[in-house]
Design a binder for this molecule. Structure first.
Ligand code: PEP
Ligand code: MN
Length: 375
């Protein structure tokens, strides 16, 4: 059972105290309190865990601080969408809104290499009015002898450049919990010129200790990649690990599934699952067309497969695009062959906007159908 308190309920109010006193004394029930800071209000949600089958929903709703109660299913308790659950999704981080209704684009380098390339990338983003990017500093590589990323050494200049170009959020994969502190210490030292979204890579989706460590902090939101060889249910449970530890600011990223049947693409593109993840959970959903498609192959219509895959995800309602660009792909240290080029950025952004607008128009078509059927 989930008790949602009235917005902005003060934690030192009588209503809050009385409500918590009642809930804390329910036999066999333990509580987990979640605070959600939205743009205009603070929401407190109290999860009642354990022996809740016999609890009476009306009785909980009668408590002074409770706005309403929802009976939640066992799966994805915090991030899931339950019956009669029309709670808003998403969060605001460093001035950027993330929800199941909007769209943010994270174009950037798969791996940070030299300052000149980072500079060119961020300048192009600033020129295009974009405020988010991706920059890999810690790279999990299949081959132990491959470049593993510059690690903490590159953080100061990457974050400084981000600040200089008005970048508000940098998606950055971490592969060990010590990287959270490296990032935090660096940002703090620089006076927080930008923000970071911690990325969990597909190889770490079920690294439960890493998930718990990331979930224990709420300074940074999380981008969780779907595991490339496990079921969707298993990946969604991995996201729930983050929330169960206290951090529900999670975006779920589809990035293709590993199978020989996916060829000619690097992975089987799974963007038809965008609406499914939005139905099962309240997480904003990201698509990563670069790691799904993995090449710069072009269809006879003149459009790259990466762009076609992006369009498929966005037209189906994706809320974020994570995509590799590089000013000189032939010099990239990781994933050069799948990178888009700087001069392709404006057209690509225009294509994405077109698809996002089309998704909104598609929604309107089916809303009209629903309204007409109801009459
Ligand atoms: C990446 O985004 O750089 C990456 C390594 O992706 P994935 O974990 O999906 O392979
Ligand atoms: Mn990559």
């Amino acid at each position: 059972m989930l008790a949602i308190l009235h917005p902005n309920t003060a934690l030192d109010s009588d209503a809050y105290r009385q409500t918590m006193h009642y809930l804390e004394n329910l036999p066999g029930v333990s509580l987990r309190v979640h605070e959600i800071q939205g743009a205009s209000q603070r929401l407190t949600e109290v999860y009642l865990l354990g022996d809740t089958k016999t609890l009476d929903k009306e009785e909980i709703e009668a408590l002074p601080a409770v706005e309403r109660a929802i009976r939640i299913s066992d799966d994805y308790r915090i991030l899931g969408r339950h019956k009669d659950d029309n709670r808003q999704s998403g969060f605001t981080y460093n001035g950027v809104e993330f929800s199941q209704n909007n769209l943010n684009i994270f174009a950037g380098l798969c791996a940070v290499d030299v300052p000149e390339h980072v500079e060119q990338m961020m300048q192009a983003l600033e020129d295009a009015g974009e405020v988010c990017t991706r920059m890999g500093a810690y790279k999990p590589r299949t081959n132990p002898y491959s470049f593993q990323g510059h690690g903490k050494g590159c953080l100061p200049w990457v974050f400084e450049k981000a600040g200089k170009h008005g970048i508000k959020v940098v998606a950055m994969e971490i592969t060990h919990e010590s990287h959270i502190e490296e990032i935090d210490t660096c940002l703090e030292k620089l006076g927080r010129p930008t923000g970071v979204m911690l990325q969990v890579g597909t190889r770490n989706t079920q690294n439960f200790e890493l998930l718990k460590a990331i979930g224990r902090q709420t300074t940074y939101p999380v981008l969780l990649k779907r595991g490339f060889g496990i079921t969707l249910n298993e990946s969604l449970n991995a996201a729930e690990y983050l929330a169960s530890e206290g951090n529900a600011n999670v975006i779920f990223c589809l990035r293709g599934m590993k199978t020989e049947a996916g060829q000619p693409h690097r992975n089987m593109v799974d963007f038809a699952h965008v609406p499914a993840v939005k139905r099962l959970t309240r997480m904003p959903v990201c698509v990563d067309p670069s790691h799904s498609v993995g090449s710069r192959d072009r269809a006879p219509d003149g459009i790259l497969d990466v762009m076609h895959a992006t369009a498929q995800g966005v037209i189906a309602g994706a809320n974020m695009v994570l995509v590799d660009f590089h000013p000189k792909p032939e010099k990239a240290l990781v994933d050069g062959p799948q990178a888009l080029l700087m001069n392709e950025l404006p057209a690509y952004l225009e294509d994405i906007r077109l698809c996002h607008d089309t998704w909104k128009k598609r929604q309107a078509i089916y809303q009209r159908l629903k309204d007409n059927t109801a009459e």
